[in-house]
Design a protein around this ligand. Structure first.
Ligand SMILES: Nc1nc2c(ncn2[C@@H]2O[C@H](COP(=O)(O)OP(=O)(O)OP(=O)(O)O)[C@@H](O)[C@H]2O)c(=O)[nH]1
Ligand SMILES: [Mg+2]
Length: 605
């Protein structure tokens, strides 16, 4: 079923993106010590996307299938490749590690469509001239060879790849060329020699390709013929069976030590050993569509299941980033508490005192009542005089307010200082801290201050409005409600008039000296009213203080912490790219899984 063009474009984009992100993670892992195996795993994942899933989604036919020969150095891979092709064209050599780049053996004529896919074999370039297999470069070659003189010709259905070894994970070496081709494989032939069949790294590699969903035929070589059954049995029990994914090992075969003549002509002189191998491999080649679908399914499942271990390369970075964020937030808490301690807790809110005056003024009766008010005002004169004298004498006037901006700037400098010191202290534990230190040398403080200024303007604008609105609401509420206002005025006036009238009546009826009480009663009532008004205004002040702290958090502390939080992962830094890869890989894998599953199901039905 031909794929629609938009579908192809989409799958190509996804494959490219995944390969790019994994490639970036691979380079990132290469920069860290002890990550060679992880580098190879990341390369395998990218190569599975490029060489296996990509071509499948673009409709590549299942023929030819790719049979890839892998194993430790000098195990006998090139020899087994010659058994498979039936022609001794692969250079064998007693010097272990002779084959240094992948070589494909094919009998097909004309174009090689399977090599035309975008990103095929990633960084390996195709060599067009014949070169020895010992050429140690990131290349591959395709050798066209004649069919075998006798026996089954596998090359009619498959391409056979002879590969470099994987004796170490050393990522700077040629192992990545092998990994690249292993990802392409529809079937892997794993070669191990009688002496080194339980070497650690090749066994780890065997497990990795089984995890990646490849079917594997194992081939033990070079033992004495009589020992072959016992050795194969031991290998099966002690090596293969210990690998959790061992059910994917299709067969364990033996090719004992042969004479140079037999090695020179496997189809005719070593047919009894070539035959079982060819049959095993042929079984997969005879059902190409199923074989290809199985490897594609294995590849996509591997990508989906192993994401955590693939992204583990970023574990150290994520821990460092988390520590940075914790430090930023500790600094934020101190920034906020300093603001409260050194400024907000001592703030007097003078604007509220003006509101109190206004409130008290409102309670004075206007119109005809003004005469009464003025009389009362005059009666309170001696009291006011005494009060202002006492205020001057004991210094109870309004305290000056501390300027806010310097406090904030000092608190911000403290925050930065804390971060700078912590980064210096951790310098040798992770490159992130050197990145932060370098930031403090160039740009970070200036940019943070610019961000602070921006936030401060917003904060101050919000604050002016907030304080003003709250202060105004103290008297505006009363102004807007004439009924309540008049009621309060009436109560105050009635109490005043009644008390003063009482005092005067007392003076007339009882004792003339009682009249003097009016000079006491009038201010006492006024004091009581002022006290009540002040209590109300103080309550509003505390509310305003809480709202100011909240505004400070919203406009200053929070955005500055967010800015610092994100700083290492912005500005085109390594950590920005890392973050991008870490968020994008799971999504891309999910999208690719969806496309691949749909296509597999479409083909399977
Ligand atoms: N006599 C004898 N020599 C063998 C046999 N199998 C492999 N050899 C020799 O073992 C050596 C290594 O074999 P290769 O096939 O080159 O091994 P390889 O795994 O390709 O090695 P590298 O490419 O170097 O990693 C060569 O000299 C082979 O001729 C065998 O059955 N009999
Ligand atoms: Mg070789």
């Amino acid at each position: 079923m031909p794929e629609t063009a938009p579908g192809q474009v989409r799958s190509r984009e996804l494959v490219q993106q995944l390969a790019e992100d994994l490639r970036w993670l691979e380079d990132h892992a290469r920069g860290q010590s002890g990550q060679d195996e992880q580098v190879a795993r990341l390369r395998l994942a990218a190569a599975l996307a490029r060489n296996c899933i990509g071509p499948f989604l673009e409709g590549a036919p299942p023929r030819p299938l790719h049979v890839v020969v892998v194993g430790g150095a000098g195990a006998g891979k090139s020899t087994v490749a010659n058994f498979l092709t039936g022609t001794p064209v692969a250079e064998t050599n007693p010097q272990a590690g002779f084959t240094r780049h992948p070589i494909a053996y094919s009998t097909s004529n004309g174009m090689l469509p399977w090599a035309q896919h975008l990103g095929f074999l990633g960084p390996l370039e195709r060599l067009f001239e014949a070169r020895p297999s010992s050429l140690d470069e990131d290349v591959y070659q395709v050798r066209r060879i004649p069919p075998p003189a006798e026996g089954r010709d596998l090359l009619g259905q498959a391409v056979v790849w002879d590969c470099p070894d994987m004796t170490t994970w050393h990522a700077g070496g040629y192992v990545l060329r092998l990994v690249e081709v292993a990802a392409l494989a529809d079937l892997v032939v794993y070669v191990a020699s009688d002496e080194r069949y339980n070497d650690e790294v090749p066994t780890q590699f065997l497990r990795l390709i089984l995890q990646a969903g490849k079917p594997v035929v194992t081939c033990l070589v070079k033992m004495k013929e009589a020992q072959a059954p016992a050795l194969v049995d031991h290998f099966r029990r002690e090596v293969v069976a210990r690998i959790p994914e061992c059910p994917r090992v299709a067969a364990c075969l033996a090719i004992p030590q042969l004479s140079p003549e037999e090695l020179a002509d496997p189809p005719r002189r070593a047919a009894r050993y070539r035959q079982p191998l060819v049959e095993q491999v042929g079984w997969w080649l005879d059902r190409p569509a199923e074989t290809r679908r199985a490897t594609v399914r294995g590849a996509i499942e591997y990508l989906a299941d192993c994401q955590e271990s693939l992204l583990a390369v970023a574990k150290g970075d994520l821990t460092a980033l988390r520590t940075w964020r914790d430090l930023v937030h500790t600094g934020r808490a101190e920034f906020a508490s300093r603001y409260y301690r050194e400024y907000l807790s001592a703030e007097k809110f003078p604007r509220f005192n003006e509101a109190l005056v206004r409130l008290l003024e409102l309670l004075e009766v206007p119109g005809v009542g003004q005469y009464v008010s003025k009389t009362l005002w005059a009666l309170r004169y001696p009291w006011r005089l005494g009060k202002s004298f006492l205020a001057k004498a004991f210094g109870t006037g309004p305290e000056p307010t501390i300027p806010e901006e310097p406090v904030l700037k000092t608190a911000l400098a403290g925050w930065m200082d804390h971060l700078r010191k912590e980064a210096a202290r951790r310098r040798d534990t992770h490159p992130l801290w050197r990145h932060v230190e370098a930031g403090f040398e160039h740009g970070l403080p200036e940019n943070l201050r610019a961000e602070f200024d921006r936030c401060l303007r917003e904060f101050q604008a919000g604050l002016a409005q907030e304080v003003d609105t709250t202060a105004r609401s103290i008297y505006e509420d009363l102004e807007k409600s004439p009924v309540t206002l008049n009621a309060l005025r009436g109560i105050k006036l009635t109490v005043e008039v009644a008390s003063i009238g009482g005092a005067i009546a007392g003076g007339i009826l009882i004792n003339p000296w009682d009249t003097l009480f009016v000079f006491v009663v009038a201010p006492v009532i006024q004091e009581m009213v002022e006290l009540l008004g002040k209590q109300y205004v103080d309550l509003q002040k505390e509310r305003a203080r809480a709202r100011q702290q909240e505004l400070f958090e919203r406009c200053l502390a929070k955005p500055l912490a967010a800015w610092l939080d994100a700083w290492p992962t912005t500005g085109g830094s390594t950590y920005e790219r890392l973050q991008q890869a870490l968020t994008r890989v799971p999504q891309t894998v999910a999208d690719l899984t969806e496309l691949t599953t749909a296509r597999l199901e479409g083909q399977g039905s």
